[in-house]
Design a protein around this ligand. Structure first.
Ligand SMILES: [Fe+2]
Ligand SMILES: [Fe+2]
Length: 194
């Protein structure tokens, strides 16, 4: 699937508002890919598809994960907000002809992150949080930080998301905490190097 096909697909699956968000995420993901030396085409494709399963029902999402347990990453046991990324990655792989594992990974983990995130995973996660229409307090700080340092930006973004989830008394996906701890450990290890 190329970018043009992905764009047509999501146009047919998403509301105007979410389609606009998707295009903004693509723009930001390409910008970050350019800046940090990642593949721009992969970043664009992952961004276009990241929310492609966001407007289907929970029952449908559950059915998709049940049908493909090998790709569902135990998704059913995880909080429902992360389901749409997992499902978009499963549909991309099984129905939309996306074979690129790097793209599929970025789509699947765009909501919660995971330990061992690749550069592309981080770029999509950050682009989703800092796309042009986002206006949460601190988003400008994140935009500045992500231009300079993907890991520092990831720590800020994950902390922001995790604190928000906890403040709402919602369950925190253990993957999010694991993602944070993993990046934190890497940053500390780098800082400790002589
Ligand atoms: Fe999403
Ligand atoms: Fe999104």
């Amino acid at each position: 699937m190329n970018q043009k096909q992905a764009k047509e697909l999501v146009r047919s699956r998403l509301s105007d508002k979410r389609y606009e968000h998707t295009l903004n995420v693509r723009k930001m993901a390409v910008k970050l890919a350019k800046r940090h030396g990642a593949d721009e085409d992969r970043a664009a494709l992952a961004a276009l598809l990241h929310d492609a399963a966001k407007e289907i029902s929970k029952d449908e999402m559950r059915a998709i994960m049940k049908a493909h347990p090998e790709y569902a990453e135990g998704g059913e046991e995880r909080p429902t907000p992360v389901w749409h990324g997992i499902c978009a990655a499963i549909l991309a792989r099984t129905e939309w002809g996306v074979e690129d594992e790097a793209v599929l990974s970025a789509i699947a983990c765009h909501t919660a992150g995971k330990p061992g995130m690749s550069k592309l995973d981080k770029i999509l996660y950050l682009a989703d949080m800092s796309s042009a229409e986002r206006d949460w307090p601190g988003v400008n700080k994140l935009r500045k930080l992500e231009r300079k340092d993907l890991d520092a930006a990831m720590l800020m973004a994950l902390k922001q998301t995790n604190d928000f989830v906890l403040s709402q008394d919602k369950p925190l996906d253990p993957m999010s905490k694991a993602a944070y701890d993993d990046i934190q450990a890497q940053v500390e290890a780098r800082a400790a190097k002589p």
